[in-house]
Design a protein around this ligand. Structure first.
Ligand code: GTP
Ligand code: MG
Length: 655
């Protein structure tokens, strides 16, 4: 029997009390007898050793409980900005959210980043003002900040709706988006029942037009029952359609005790059964075991249906982000910034290189944005990063889980390369100095900013080696892969992006063909190994420009500090986009190279007597002024023929 399910995210800035609140909700639902504590390392959702030691959440975790006939799958997310990628993955599967704000620390830059994302995706959201038990708690002040700094319409809960002033504000807020309510109000405001108001509040909350605000303490449990009630009353819980076409998304990967891969899947449509053949990502696979979270434990089940979240075993090649069956209807995804820093990792013990590579590959599987780069010899391994805390976490995980001690070199900025013009190159079969049995012609041209790499096939099927590649589609797919692999390192060693690559020539040889084609039989290896030579030559002809990441920075500063701040921004290479004055506060919108933002963070307190507030989000990439920075290649340069060919023989032709 299908049940109503609410996939609920708990989001907030770091230390707001998400994990503690999760414990309380589980306790209120009767799943756990005693409330665990973050400080003692005994919670249900902070299960990693490192999370327990440090008292912070690093990975999202799912726990379920029953609430008035609704199955709630609660996703406790990390609050530290270095782990924003975890939040990004969670957002794509939520039916509703609770955004926690601390009554002491108030609205933080991260709160605004999260609220913006929730509203953009129209995820119905309740707010919970937490820690009202603590000295210095200012719930009223925080409510004002929510209205002002988050800029959202809110309805504070726990107030007396019988009080005329409270009621007037409430009706005013709700009637703004409810014409019938407005008409009723004009007719006879006393005839409007509480029930009518609650219904209007629920409708508008589900449409993400208004946000009920609850107050309480995850520590003492105050206000938690009211919040629980609010989850059912104000957030949407649906019965999915188990008969629809299969559609799901993998949002998390774990390893089991025996090292087996476990995929967390959110089903949007249809039913997945154990041992049934399933399209997963680009291949087919079968789930051998399916488990769902029930009252705190993961219980085996024969199937997973629309609306549910489950763990699937047996999908050995699965990756985070893979679709199961059709892509989910809610394809709109919120992208926070990509990581903009990287650092070289080296093992302390010289013999640990291979083990380190394997361990990092494991970590990258759970967090694809770690993006491990290693050169042919394995001597230099680098990982991409959001920040210093993530670096410390990677270091600690390598030590705790894999027994590998590592050191890091200083972090550097990750640039990209974009082609600046058109470039074309071709190598023909049986023609010196082409060492491979294949003809390939490729054209490179710039694409729109943010478009990534697009590959187009412009040769007729009869020019394709279909006796080894099965179909034109398979050949196109394979060539696209060779092209993408080559473009991981451009002319200056950075990943090439925002470009269109077109295959304009193709040819192959067969043992008994016409004279122009006769020769040793062409194989996929020939196409794979020739692609980098042709593509890099085309890229040289197109030319590339190295671009660095930039952040959009919003500064709120006291008006008197304006000229000093503008001078500092000028020195940092920032472009000021707008500037507004409100009372004695000035807001500046500016774009700053990502590499210079930490410096701005450091200098701001002195420039503004500690009153300046800085908020940053990813903006994009812009050309580097002056000499472009060069990143050492990890693979042989295809433009140096001899070195490249030698590297291929070293890898048995698998360059
Ligand atoms: N006094 C008081 N302390 C609280 C309350 N809620 C949480 N805390 C404490 O605040 C600290 C952070 O709580 P967590 O639940 O780990 O916060 P979090 O939002 O999950 O933190 P991250 O996952 O690391 O972002 C812990 O020391 C908690 O004991 C509360 O309502 N009152
Ligand atoms: Mg937490």
């Amino acid at each position: 029997m299908p049940r109503r399910t609410l996939n609920l995210g708990i989001l907030a800035h770091v230390d707001a009390g998400k994990t503690t609140l999760t414990e309380r909700l589980l306790h209120a639902a009767g799943v756990i007898d005693t409330v665990g504590s973050v400080d003692a390392g005994t919670t249900q959702t902070d299960t990693l050793a490192l999370e327990r030691q440090r008292g912070i959440t690093i990975r999202s975790a799912v726990v379920s409980f029953d609430l008035a006939g609704v199955t709630v799958n609660l996703i406790d997310t990390p609050g530290h900005p270095d782990f924003i990628a975890e939040v990004e993955r969670a957002l794509s599967l939520l039916d509703g959210a609770v955004l926690v704000v601390s009554a002491v620390e108030g609205v933080q830059p991260q709160t605004r980043v999260l609220m913006r994302a929730l509203r953009r995706l129209r995820i119905p959201t309740l707010l919970f003002v937490n820690k009202i038990d603590r000295a210095g708690a200012d719930p009223e002040g925080v409510l004002d900040a929510i209205r002002g700094r988050l800029g959202v319409r809110v309805v504070p809960m726990g107030t007396d709706w019988g009080d005329p002033a409270v009621r007037a504000t409430l009706v005013e807020t709700l009637a703004d988006r409810d014409d019938a309510l407005l008409a009723a109000f004009v007719e006879n405001e006393h005839a409007i029942t509480d029930q009518r108001l609650r219904r209007a509040l629920a409708t508008q909350t589900r449409r993400s037009l208004v946000h009920p605000v609850f107050f309480g303490s995850a520590m003492t449990g105050a206000g938690v029952a009211a919040l629980s009630g609010g989850l059912v009353e104000f957030l949407p819980a649906d019965e999915g359609d188990p008969e629809a076409a299969v559609s799901g998304r993998v949002f998390k990967i774990d390893r089991g005790r025996a090292g087996e891969r476990i995929a967390y899947v959110r089903m949007f449509g249809g039913t997945v059964r154990v041992r049934q053949r399933l399209p997963v990502g680009t291949t087919d696979a079968k789930a051998t075991v399916i488990r769902v979270s029930r009252d705190g434990t993961w219980v085996p089940r024969p199937a997973l249906v629309a609306g549910e979240i489950g763990k699937l075993w047996g999908l050995s090649e699965v990756r985070i982000g893979d679709t199961i069956g059709r892509p989910p209807p809610r394809a709109a995804r919120h992208r926070f910034a990509p990581p903009t820093m990287e650092t070289v990792v080296s093992p302390v013990r010289p013999g640990d290189d291979a083990a380190l590579r394997a361990a990092l590959a494991r970590l990258a599987e759970q967090d694809p944005l770690i993006n491990v780069r290693a050169d042919d010899t394995g001597r230099e391994i680098s990982v991409s990063l959001y920040g210093e805390i993530q670096k410390e976490v990677i270091q600690a995980m390598l030590a705790d889980e894999f027994g590998i001690d590592v050191t890091f070199r200083a972090t550097t900025t990750i640039c990209v390369e974009r082609p600046v013009g058109h470039g074309e190159a071709v190598e023909f079969l049986n023609t010196d100095p082409n060492p491979f049995h294949a003809t390939i012609g490729l054209r490179v041209e710039p694409g729109p900013a943010g478009s990534g790499i697009r590959f187009r096939m412009r040769v007729p099927p009869q020019a394709m080696p279909l006796y080894v590649y099965k179909s034109a589609e398979v050949f196109t797919d394979a060539m696209g892969q060779y092209v993408r692999r080559t473009l991981r390192e451009g002319r200056y060693g950075w990943a090439v992006t925002d470009c269109v690559v077109t295959m304009v020539e193709s040819g192959y040889s067969v043992a008994d063909g016409p004279p122009s084609r006769r020769g040793p039989v062409s194989s996929p290896t020939d196409f794979r190994n020739l692609t980098p030579i042709v593509l890099m030559r085309a890229l040289d002809r197109a030319g590339t420009v190295v671009c660095e990441p930039t952040l959009r920075v919003s500064l709120e500063i006291p008006a008197w500090s304006l000229s000093a701040v503008l001078t500092a921004l000028g020195r940092l290479g920032a472009a000021v986009r707008h500037q507004t004055v409100r009372g004695d506060l000035t807001t500046i919108g500016t774009v700053v190279p990502a590499a210079r933002v930490p410096e701005l963070h450091r200098r701001l307190p002195a420039l503004t007597a500690g009153e300046g507030v800085l908020e940053s989000t990813f903006d994009g990439y812009r050309p580097v002024h002056g000499d472009p920075p060069v990143r050492p290649r990890t693979t042989a340069d295809p433009r140096h023929h001899k070195e490249y060919l030698v590297s291929l023989t070293r890898h048995g032709g698998r360059g």
